[in-house]
Write a protein that binds this ligand. Structure first.
Ligand SMILES: Nc1ncnc2c1ncn2[C@@H]1O[C@H](COP(=O)(O)OP(=O)(O)OP(=O)(O)O)[C@@H](O)[C@H]1O
Length: 312
């Protein structure tokens, strides 16, 4: 397992009587892409602010790259980059001028900026466009310029807030590919988003925030399993039988739901297609289709929060 980059223990944040974060524990390793998910007001932003050292925890401990964000704010800010939902650049300046400006603000020398700016702009495919005013940029280009800034600062941890909101499918795809490449090179990424398909596409693990706590922290498969379902979903089409009770016999089947006449959705803890095919044939039915897919984050997420609400 790679090095621990970020560790939070018992983080609490109170605003007067109100509790924004009620006890967050989190360990993140180098090169992971972590999705921070949860309903509005669940405590994601407040947790991020504490990780960045922008707000003081009422209780608990944080360590980012081995440093305390409150005691060593400059060191942490140098190595940890935050890309907000709406990236603020000066419209009348070019992309390149903006990077020079923010680089100086971040304490980089002119020499370091000159040394890194071209590679950073090339990396996000703004090599030519970097000479244009930001007012002419699309939302996707602004987001990429934001990432170029973090690259120029050589950030080891990047915290991205809704990086793909408002982007068209092509720009979304390109940005996700870039994020994955950065992670594969050892940059650790925390991504806060309500776009669950985006999160599932790139995150190694997800943290589900609920009322100021992380209720679940793990992979999408683990989430599907934890809520009593399987990580594997088999869509079955067959005639001449009723699979609803028959499929339960197969080892590994967690649930069977009839979708429509002759169509069932089977959730399982492993790939149960061979067993299901045998069950259909042994019962004298005719098998028309068997499709395997992995549990989807949006389904698991919705079930998780429904269960949490029911348990309350
Ligand atoms: N400065 C503040 N003063 C008082 N209460 C606050 C403050 N900041 C946040 N809160 C409260 O703390 C709780 C958690 O807010 P937070 O912004 O961390 O949630 P979030 O999960 O990021 O939500 P969203 O998905 O909407 O961004 C909310 O109830 C919010 O109203």
């Amino acid at each position: 397992m790679s090095a621990i980059v970020l560790e939070a223990k018992g983080l609490v944040k109170r605003y007067g009587e109100a509790v924004a974060v009620a006890g967050v524990d989190m360990t993140v390793h180098q090169g992971e892409v972590i999705g921070l998910l949860g309903p509005n007001g669940a405590g994601k932003t407040t947790t991020i602010l504490m990780l960045l050292g922008l707000t003081e925890a009422s209780e608990g401990e944080v360590s980012v790259l081995g440093k305390d964000p409150l005691r060593q704010p400059l060191e942490v800010k140098r190595e940890v980059g935050y890309l907000p939902d709406a990236v603020g650049f000066y419209d009348t300046m070019t992309g390149r001028e903006n990077l020079v400006y923010t680089g100086k603000l971040a304490g980089l020398s002119r020499k370091a900026i000159d040394h890194r700016i071209d590679a950073a702009l090339e990396r996000v495919r703004l090599g030519d466009a970097g000479r244009r005013r930001v007012s002419t940029y699309s939302r996707g280009m602004r987001q990429r310029l934001g990432i170029a800034e973090l690259l120029m600062r050589d950030c080891k941890v990047m915290i991205l807030d809704e990086p793909t909101s408002g982007l068209d499918p092509q720009s979304t795809h390109e940005l996700l590919e870039l994020i994955q490449q950065l992670a594969s090179e050892g940059i650790t990424i925390l991504l806060s988003s309500h776009q669950l398909d985006v999160v599932q596409a790139i995150c190694s693990r997800v943290a589900l925030f609920n009322k100021g706590r992380i209720g679940f922290f793990g992979t999408v498969d683990e989430l599907a399993q934890q809520i009593g379902r399987g990580a594997f979903i088999v869509d079955v089409e067959a005639g001449g039988i009723d699979l609803t009770s028959l499929a339960q016999k197969a080892d590994g089947v967690a649930s069977v739901a009839k979708v429509s006449d002759g169509v069932w959705q089977v959730e399982a803890t492993r790939d149960v297609r061979p067993e299901l095919a045998k069950i259909v044939v042994d019962a004298g039915g005719s098998l028309r289709n068997l499709d395997l897919r992995r549990a989807r984050l949006d389904e698991a997420y919705n079930r998780y929060f429904t269960e949490v609400a029911n348990a309350a």
